[in-house]
Design a protein. Structure first.
Lengths: 429, 338
């Protein structure tokens, strides 16, 4: 078992305590800003296959190193290495690649649609697709997901129709949220995916409570939740980890460390000195730091944590080390705060490209197949968009009745809301 | 019929519904082994086990947040926040999540959480154990707000709250846990046994949410109050010697406008009283509602008697508390107006 090796000169500098005559503040400094050469030397990278895989009933104190090292399966030549290799069948890997491709093609189209002014807002998951798809595949359908806003891959994988997701973004007559939510704040009750909130980290204690209820009822379903590196600074994160630790709730708590929280790098959420995966150690919650762009590693770590939770072993924190390939959202311009092509220098690359090269290397995929799938998905997404528009856009076609805003505030519409609905209606007529 | 104080009535309400519905769970600080600092859950863990009466860490945000998740998974959680003054770390979960979940998910998800929390002063609690933050609760869409004023209502309203598919914040005025306090701290404490609403059926019954109650009929003026101040208002009316109609709001949201306005239309005069701070307090909503609905029946401006707009001062509790004298002065003002 290797100890924690600091990731580079910057981390070594942080580790040195320089005594001064007066106290002073440390202001975290991003390793690179616009115009600078990208610098990811702060990342501690373990070689693929180098980290041991313990049995699921291992004691938390014996696997603290898993929160400091980096679980990787795919090496730089895209070959699967080491004990964490989940040995998935090629067809399973192809399924994973296809869902990641659909996620990316969908995002690209929705981004353009927003730029054309057809929807007000969009958030893409570019570069982070493995986080949703690989864990989605490792979970069982009865497991409940409490996602963040970059988990559209989960919705797709669990069978949410493209047209339904588009109609949500359009707030049109087929919108699952009935015109009440910002685009991308989906839900899918039938597929066991919770309703997205615009407030960050609030879903984390919900996942823990859901998991506690599952255990109280004696079921073997687990819960999983996702949030970003930035959101770990929210109180809800700490509430959730504390409750999960105390009651050993069957839950996977994912931290998607994509390096950036809008313009602040992960150091501003406290990621400079210790990895996010180590956040639970003080409470006895094991953490696994995983290469979030390595489909095989994410799948293996997720399955390990799911099996442990399902069998009464309690919660696991999984930190997915990845990179936010695009802007935070359509309202954001990352060229103002980070090097333009920083993603190209990210040492863990692109999850889609890496799984593709792995499959090609194993003889189970080809460039032609890849291009054909992309072409097929572009058509599929375009067809869904055409259908979505028939249910109304912001400017054309059928519109939702605003009367509906008074429904679902309570189980039944109380008198004062009925009165306000009549008042609004009178002005509309 | 059995006599119960408000603590026993609340405990009995929890017991009756927990026996009926295995999905009801209780969680909160000190609620399990110890039975709660006010003893409202005493004995429930022994009876229903540690998986249904759950001692929680000191984390109000975590208690409410996890309760929401339990509710989504089919349980019916009753969360206790030890003092209403401690609810603030959980308020984001109430405002952004609990109150909006049904609406934002197009009616598909909901979480039927009831949050019980003792409120109000008069117990030498200082500024962090005396607050009445009900106006924060009533300002949140999707949440119902309940404040009982006696043991019978407490049990019936609590059962309705727990069985409601809507989330409810259930405030318990702790000064009247053990007896109907009339606002005079120098008088010996009176137990609930001498009060008709201290008679509480042993078994299941409900008091409907959204219904105020005229607790005393009268013709000179209407006093609208809730919680502890229902009893203080009754004493103050006697002190002045007016024939007041006392309306106990009971459910603040959704508000029973009908019962309130019917009374004021009859009496033509209205005083609103609560213990919470006055500015932007729930009394402002009551006053505005009465003004809108009863303007042409009013013979005098509506009077508001409330806590001062200061923190609740430990050493000057009875100067802060809107007691008999202040309500009496308000009554005279309303009655003297030409």
């Amino acid at each position: 078992m290797a100890g924690y090796v600091a990731g580079g000169a910057r981390v070594a500098e942080l580790d040195r305590i320089r005594m001064t005559r007066k106290s002073r503040l440390h202001i975290p400094l991003s390793s690179a800003r616009p115009g600078d050469k990208p610098d990811f030397s702060y990342l501690n990278l373990s070689p693929a296959g180098s980290v041991d895989k313990p049995p699921i009933d291992v004691r938390t104190k014996d696997i603290e190193h898993l929160s400091l090292e980096l679980v990787r399966v795919l090496d730089d030549d895209h070959r699967a290495q080491g004990a964490w290799n989940p040995n998935l069948d090629p067809d399973q890997l192809q399924i994973g690649l296809r869902w990641m491709l659909l996620n990316r093609v969908f995002d690209e189209r929705m981004w353009k649609i927003q730029r054309q002014g057809k929807i007000t807002f969009y958030i893409q998951a570019t570069g982070e697709e493995a986080v949703s798809i690989a864990q989605g595949m490792a979970l069982r359908p009865g497991d409940m997901c409490f996602p963040s806003y970059r988990n559209q891959g989960l919705f797709l994988y669990r069978g949410t129709k493209l047209v339904d997701m588009m109609c949500q973004c359009l707030s049109n007559t087929r919108d699952m949220c009935k015109g009440r939510q910002l685009p991308v704040l989906y839900h899918n009750k039938d597929a066991n995916i919770f309703s997205l909130s615009g407030n960050l980290a609030t879903q984390y204690p919900h996942a823990v409570g859901w998991a506690m209820a599952s255990a109280i009822k004696g079921e073997d379903h687990i819960a999983a939740s996702w949030l970003g590196d930035g959101s770990t600074a929210e109180a809800d994160f700490h509430h959730a980890v504390t409750f999960a630790a105390i009651y050993q709730a069957p839950v996977i708590l994912n931290i998607v460390n994509n390096q950036w929280a809008i313009s602040t790098f992960q150091g501003f959420a406290g990621g400079e000195r210790r990895p996010f995966a180590a956040r639970g150690i003080g409470l006895g919650v094991p953490g696994i730091r995983v290469d979030g762009n390595d489909f095989l590693a994410v799948y293996a770590a997720s399955l390990w944590a799911a099996d442990r939770a399902r069998r009464g072993g309690g919660p696991t924190i999984i930190e997915h080390v990845t990179y936010r390939g695009g802007a935070h959202s359509t309202s954001d311009d990352p060229t103002k705060y980070r090097p333009k092509d920083e993603w190209k220098s990210f040492p863990l690359g692109d999850p889609v490209e890496r799984l593709k090269q792995h499959l090609i290397g194993e003889g189970h995929w080809s460039e032609d197949q890849h291009d054909a799938v992309i072409g097929e998905y572009k058509e599929k997404v375009l067809a869904a968009w055409k259908e979505a528009k028939t249910h109304g856009t912001m400017t054309e076609g059928p519109r939702l009745n605003p009367d509906g805003m008074f429904d679902d505030v309570y189980a039944e519409v109380p008198a004062h809301l009925q009165r306000q609905r009549r008042e609004m209606r009178a002005l509309e007529d | 019929m059995p006599q119960m104080n408000m603590i026993e009535a609340i405990r009995s309400g929890l017991d009756v519904v927990m026996a009926k519905d295995p999905n009801i769970v209780v969680l909160g600080e000190d609620v399990g082994y110890f039975g709660g600092v006010f003893r409202c859950t005493d004995g429930l863990q022994r009876k229903y086990g540690e998986h249904r009466v759950i001692d929680a860490p000191i984390s109000e945000g975590g208690i409410i947040g996890t309760a929401i998740g339990m509710g989504v998974n089919g349980l019916r959680p009753v969360a206790e926040i030890q003092f209403a003054d401690y609810i603030y770390p959980g308020v984001d979960q109430v405002v952004s999540e609990l109150g909006r979940l049904r609406h934002r998910s197009g009616g598909e998800f909901f979480s039927p959480v009831t949050i019980r929390t003792p409120c109000g002063g008069g117990i030498r609690g200082g500024q962090t154990h005396s607050q009445s933050p009900e106006a924060i609760s009533t300002h949140i869409s999707g949440i119902k707000t309940v404040i009982p004023s006696n043991p019978y209502d407490a049990k019936g309203l609590l059962i309705s709250s727990i069985e409601s598919d809507d989330p409810v914040i259930f405030f318990e005025p702790k000064r009247i846990y053990n007896g109907p306090f009339d606002g005079d701290p120098d008088k010996p404490a009176v137990p609930w046994t001498s009060h008709p609403k201290g008679e509480v059926p042993q078994g299941y019954y409900t008091v409907p949410l959204g219904a105020a109650e005229v607790v005393e009929e009268g013709s000179d003026l209407t006093i609208i109050a809730y919680g502890t101040l229902v009893h203080v208002a009754q004493a103050a009316a006697k002190l002045v010697g007016v024939n007041a109609e006392i309306v106990d709001v009971r459910t603040l949201s959704p508000l029973d406008t009908e019962t309130l306005t019917q009374s004021v239309k009859k009496t033509g005069r209205c005083l609103v009283a609560h213990e919470a701070t006055r500015f932007s307090g729930f009394g402002a909503e009551l006053t505005a509602t009465v003004q809108e609905e009863c303007f042409y029946h009013l013979e005098a401006p509506i009077e508001r008697v409330a806590g001062w707009d200061t923190p609740y001062p430990h050493a000057f509790e009875w100067q802060y508390f809107p007691g008999q004298k202040r309500i009496a002065a308000g009554i005279r003002k309303v009655m003297d107006a030409k």
